[in-house]
Design a protein around this ligand. Structure first.
Ligand code: NAD
Ligand code: UGA
Length: 468
């Protein structure tokens, strides 16, 4: 009979650990789930009486409401979480290294390592340890070495790789109904038994044929490959958007025509101001670093270009704005609608809005930002980090944060759409136009507006990937 998982611990209460393990708790009432984190403020927010959770994700609060205090617990007592569990997810952050060997490319694994060392130090019974974070290939091997070198007599550790494929903004529906769950294990009997134990947890709600079991390295590499191929589609369509603008073709029509081929498929072909988010760039750079360390420079260059094209797209869009505004935006007033890296999230990591505002600030424009979900403090933090040569006071002299799209657009010369929030589709453009300085410009980096309608009102409109 497969090993029965009764208690699960998740180390890391972030965008992945929180939603993933909350859904496990919901779908597996017989399992007790404890999510632990060193960050006390984050744990307190997960425990907040009025469900002011630390991350915004549609549907998440309902899942937490249904489970918290029953079989879902949030705690900063990491050691106790580890000791009590029979299966432990390691879901800590793995950012790109900022210094040392592999700086700017390789993954910083010290959070994974310290979580692993903590497991070895405090576990007093055998555990299944699941690598949930996105990591370079062979990290599971390093985790195993650390665990085996430090474990107490009678404890054994089986390591699994179980990368997460959820996207922010749709995390809960992705988790309820995943395209697939991927589990990598050693192909030993113990490895297979551990794999079966984790598979039986998911089998509570995921159809068996969607639970894929593979070797450890394949699992680790598949996660990097999946993100690299998704990002590559966006860079491909964005490269074509530049051709469209230069020729008068329309990127929507091109994407539709190309995506109609069932071999290509219609999803993930939306031209944009560039992709953001905490993972695409990080994971591709990771793949680049891996390829280089394997002495495969052509492979490295291929994937690196996906990131470079994305940087180009962001710069190119800033330049479209400056060029259209008569080659200078110094002293001009620009509204930026959206600051999150995509709709339905408050997450701003690598958001293209940050690059755009940084570029506009370099031209000494005045910026007014509105985002429905991003906290003000987060915006100041991101802009300070993006503009290290400016003090926060200097930034605040140039940037204003407001609480509605209408307010943001008032008396401005231009509007830049950086995030595809649904509420931006419902903007009353006539009112916006009446209150703007003329000529009034709209720059749509998200294929969101009806350009013809806006032109009839009187706007000058530039849409990414449109020739007119
Ligand atoms: P996050 O920064 O939101 O959360 C990580 C948490 O781990 C933080 O709260 C941090 O305090 C905690 N932590 C770090 N070291 C710890 C330790 N030793 N003990 C206890 N807690 C510790 O990160 P995230 O967005 O949830 O991403 C986690 C991993 O999942 C990354 O590897 C990422 O690449 C991957 N991933 C992310 C997404 C996504 O949409 N964000 C999707 C799939 C995979
Ligand atoms: C992405 C993947 O979709 C997930 O499968 C993966 O688990 C996750 O990365 C991860 O490893 O972190 P996420 O970054 O949350 O998820 O969001 P996406 O929907 O993939 O969007 C990423 C960026 O690409 C956003 O800035 C989005 O606006 C942009 N995008 C997306 C486009 O510009 N065009 C598209 O057609 C799709």
């Amino acid at each position: 009979a497969p090993i029965q998982v009764k208690k699960v611990c998740c180390i890391g209460a972030g965008y992945v650990g929180g939603p993933t393990c909350a859904v496990i708790a919901l779908k597996c009432p017989q399992i007790q789930v404890t999510i632990v984190d060193l960050n006390q403020a984050r744990i307190d927010a997960w425990n907040s009486p009025d469900f002011e959770l630390p991350i915004y994700e549609p549907g998440l609060a309902d899942v937490v409401k249904a489970t918290r205090g029953k079989n879902l617990f949030f705690s900063s007592d990491v050691d106790r979480g580890i000791q009590e569990a029979d299966l432990i997810f390691v879901s800590v952050n793995t950012p790109t290294k900022k210094s040392g060997v592999g700086a700017g490319f390789g993954a910083d694994l010290h959070y994974v390592e310290s979580a692993t060392r903590r497991i070895a130090a405090v576990a007093s019974s055998s555990k299944i340890v699941v690598e949930k974070s996105t990591v370079p290939c062979r990290t599971a091997e390093s985790m195993r070495t650390i665990l085996e070198a430090n474990c107490k007599p009678g404890c054994r550790f089986d390591i699994l790789s179980n990368p997460e494929f959820l996207a922010e903004g749709t995390a809960i529906s992705d988790l309820f109904n995943p395209d697939r769950v991927l589990i990598g294990s050693l192909q030993t009997q113990e490895g297979k038994d551990a794999c079966a134990a984790l598979a039986s947890v998911y089998a509570n709600w995921v159809p068996k044929e969607r639970i894929l079991t593979v070797g450890l390295w394949s699992s680790e590499l598949s996660k990097l490959a999946a993100n690299a191929m998704l990002a590559q589609r966006i860079s491909s369509i964005n490269a074509l958007s530049a051709i469209c603008e230069a020729t008068g073709a329309n990127i929507d029509e091109v994407a539709h025509a190309v995506g109609y081929d069932s071999r290509v498929g219609p999803k993930f072909l939306r031209a944009s101001v560039g992709f953001g988010g905490s993972c695409f760039q990080k994971d591709i750079l990771n793949l680049v670093y891996l390829s280089e360390s394997l002495h495969l420079p052509e492979v490295a260059a291929y994937w690196r270009q996906v990131v470079e094209l994305n940087e180009y797209q962001k710069r190119r869009f800033s330049k479209i704005v400056v060029d259209a505004l008569f080659n200078t935006i110094t002293g001009k007033h620009i509204a930026v609608l959206g600051f999150a890296f995509k709709a339905d999230t408050g997450d701003t990591r690598e958001s293209p809005a940050i690059s755009l505002i940084r570029d506009f600030l370099a031209e000494r424009a005045y910026i007014t930002v509105y985002d429905p979900k991003v906290e003000e403090a987060q915006i100041w933090m991101d802009l300070s980090e993006a503009c290290p040569h400016l003090t926060l006071d200097q930034i605040k002299r140039q940037v204003t944060i407001v609480h509605s799209a209408l307010e943001a657009c008032k008396s401005k010369e231009a509007i830049v759409i950086a995030t595809e929030w649904k509420e931006f589709r419902e903007i009353d453009w006539q009112t916006v136009y009446n209150n703007m300085t003329k000529p009034a410009f709209v720059f749509d980096g998200r294929l969101l507006v009806d350009a013809d309608k806006l032109r009839r009102i009187g706007f000058k409109v530039k849409v990414i990937g449109r020739g007119e």
